[in-house]
Structures are given as structure tokens and as C-alpha cells.
Write a protein that binds this ligand. Structure first.
Ligand code: NAG
Ligand code: NAG
Ligand code: NAG
Ligand code: NAG
Length: 312
């Protein structure tokens, strides 16, 4: 009986673990969803290219289910990027000395302005965005109809790349604005804001300016409308997690009830069996009295003691 109970406990633990790993997988979502978004935006930005000239930004049109996002693509020769940089590409100023890895002859810089989708794709607990998320990502330009391209690593070897946020919500009194940078692995890092509205970086990624949200929220001015259900926004994600936890608890309670029921059923069944066995043993004992076989005698003796152990 003890063994059976232990295996049941193991089963409960296993189911519980499975449940939690599922929730874990759901909460691990954001980074993979931003990678998927980057892939979609690369595809749609590349579609803006029709016989593109180098060094000219071409604005793309994102899919209709992502309207509100701005994308652009600029094709460059790697040599001229290194030698000249790009004086101004939207909000980005790219200095001389930027190198890509692995080396390609031509590359494309894809620009993203996530607009009102910033908090949906880059939720940052405890902070309020003062500007939309801006992204700058580098890709190989050898095949302009390629999709699911891997980003190139770009790195400023001299001066850093600078980002000037033009439409910045005023910094609330008593708050300190900070630059936030998300690298492609979803790692975030904070740096100081330069001259009021500038952030600098040595690498590609996604950037914005934030302030810490204080307990009485400093009423973000550029608050996006509440995300729709399909968007899988912050609050709906919260609901999903909350629902999963509630469901998990309900499931556990049900499981415990079931286990208790099975356990009691088994106990009763075993006792019935033991009673029967005892009876049979009694009968056997009666028949084997003459020959007096030792094993037969011991089994008949132990079974009644087992039974008394289980009768309260
Ligand atoms: C939006 O549309 C694109 C292309 O049509 C599709 O790949 C993507 O899954 C859709 N949904 C979201 C949330 O981006
Ligand atoms: C952003 O705004 C566009 C309209 O400009 C709208 O279609 C879209 O649903 C909005 N996105 C979010 C996440 O609310
Ligand atoms: C470019 O990419 C597209 C889409 O992945 C592929 O069908 C095509 O064969 C590629 N062209 C070359 C020259 O590699
Ligand atoms: C993030 O910032 C910290 C402190 O400024 C720095 O030590 C760390 O290297 C940065 N992380 C990355 C990935 O650059």
C-alpha cells in the first residue's frame, strides 16, 4: 500500500511539473515573438526594394495586422558603410568604422519604428516608455527576395551609433529618463540619455527612452490603446497566466480527490481480498492439518494479522 501511494504521489508531482513547464513556456514567449516580428518586418521591408539604389532609404508597408509600425530598408556596400557611415538614417546617425560580421559585400539596414506596438512586443515592467521602440538590424543583401534571414552582427569600432528620439514625451517631474537597449536575445540594458533625447549604442538592436513608473503612475501621454485579443498584449497575457494558474490549482484539487477515492477503493478491495484469502487459508489449513506443511501454516497465520492492521 505504501508503495502504491508513493507512486501516486510521483504521478501528481509529474503532472504538476508538466503543468508548470507549460506555463513557463508561455511566459518565455516574448523573446521568440520579437524574433518572429523581426523576421516579418525584414520580409516586408525588403519588399520595398524595386531596383534599389544604394544609400537611399526605402519605406516599406508592414502587413495590415501590424499597422502602426513603420519600416524602412537601406542597401549599402559594406565598404562604403565602413568608410563613410550614414549621416542620418531616420533617427539613427551611423558613424564611420561600423563593421559587420560575417563579412558581406552588400548589406541592408532595416529600420523599425514599433509605434503603438512598442509595449505589446517589448513590455518592460516597472517602466513607462517616453518614445516608441526604434530598431536597427543588419542583413545580407545578396538575395533581396530572401526571407527568414539571419541578422549580421554589426559593431561600431570607433564612435558609437547615435539615436535621436524626436517625438519624446516630456519627462515627468522628479523622474530620470534612461535609454533602454534590447539586444537580439531580448537582454535589456540601461544607459544614460545624452543631451535630453539621444541614446548611443555600439551594436544593433531595439532602443527607446523610459522612466521608472512610480506607484501613482505618471500618466503616460503616449499610451497606446488597449491591445486587442489577437495582439496578446500585456494585460491579456496576465489574464492567460492567471487563468492557467487557477486552472492548475483546480486540476490539482480534482486530482487529489481522485487519488483519495482510488486509494480508499483499493484499500477496501484489498481488505475484501484478504478476508477471502483468510477464509481460503482457513479452509486450506483445515485440509492440510494432517501433513502439517510449514509454509501453508505461516501464510494463514500472517494474513489475519495484516487484516487487523488495516481495520481501525
Ligand atoms: C500578420 O501577418 C503576417 C503576414 O501576413 C503573418 O505572418 C503574421 O503571423 C500575422 N500576425 C501577427 C501577429 O503578426
Ligand atoms: C496601432 O494603431 C493602428 C492604427 O494606426 C491600429 O490599427 C493598431 O491596432 C494599433 N495597435 C495596437 C497594438 O493597439
Ligand atoms: C532568394 O531567396 C528566395 C526565397 O528564399 C529563394 O527562393 C531564391 O532561390 C533565392 N535566390 C538565390 C539566388 O539564392
Ligand atoms: C549592460 O550594462 C552593464 C553595465 O553598464 C555592462 O557591464 C554590460 O556589459 C552591459 N551588457 C551588455 C550585453 O552590453
Amino acid at each position: 500500500m505504501g508503495l502504491q501511494f508513493r507512486s501516486l504521489t510521483m504521478l501528481v508531482l509529474l503532472i504538476w511539473l508538466c503543468w508548470w513547464s507549460r506555463i513557463e513556456a508561455q511566459t518565455l514567449g516574448p523573446e521568440t515573438t520579437t524574433r518572429a516580428l523581426d523576421a516579418i518586418l525584414q520580409d516586408f521591408a525588403y519588399r520595398a526594394f524595386v531596383r534599389p539604389r544604394t544609400g537611399i532609404p526605402y519605406d516599406g508597408v508592414p502587413p495590415s495586422n501590424l499597422s502602426g509600425i513603420q519600416i524602412s530598408a537601406m542597401r549599402l556596400r559594406s565598404g562604403s558603410l565602413f568608410t563613410w557611415g550614414v549621416r542620418m538614417y531616420k533617427e539613427f546617425a551611423i558613424p564611420v568604422g561600423v563593421i559587420e560580421r560575417p563579412y558581406v559585400k552588400r548589406l541592408v539596414l532595416v529600420y523599425q519604428n514599433l509605434g503603438n506596438w512598442s509595449t505589446t512586443y517589448y513590455p518592460l515592467a516597472g517602466y513607462v516608455y517616453l518614445a516608441p521602440i526604434l530598431g536597427l538590424l543588419a542583413y545580407d543583401a545578396s538575395n533581396l527576395s530572401a526571407t527568414n534571414l539571419r541578422e549580421l552582427q554589426i559593431r561600431a569600432s570607433g564612435e558609437p551609433i547615435s539615436i535621436e528620439f524626436t517625438l519624446l514625451t516630456p519627462v515627468p517631474d522628479g523622474s530620470v529618463a534612461r535609454c533602454v537597449w534590447f539586444d537580439l536575445n531580448g537582454q535589456q540594458n540601461f544607459t544614460n540619455v545624452m543631451s535630453g533625447n539621444r541614446c548611443v549604442t555600439y551594436e544593433q538592436g531595439h532602443f527607446s527612452i523610459v522612466v521608472e513608473s512610480t506607484a501613482p503612475s505618471p500618466a503616460p501621454v503616449e499610451r497606446p490603446p488597449p491591445p486587442r485579443h489577437e495582439g496578446g498584449g500585456n494585460s491579456s497575457r496576465g489574464w492567460i497566466i492567471g487563468g492557467s494558474v487557477a486552472g492548475g490549482v483546480a486540476l490539482l484539487v480534482l486530482l487529489v480527490l481522485l487519488i483519495l477515492w482510488v486509494w480508499r477503493f483499493n484499500k477496501r478491495k484489498k481488505m475484501n481480498q484478504m478476508e477471502k484469502a483468510a477464509d481460503a487459508g482457513e479452509a486450506l489449513h483445515m485440509t492440510t492439518v494432517g501433513s502439517t506443511k510449514a509454509p501453508a501454516a505461516t501464510t494463514t497465520r500472517t494474513q489475519p494479522t495484516l487484516e487487523t492492521e488495516y481495520v481501525p
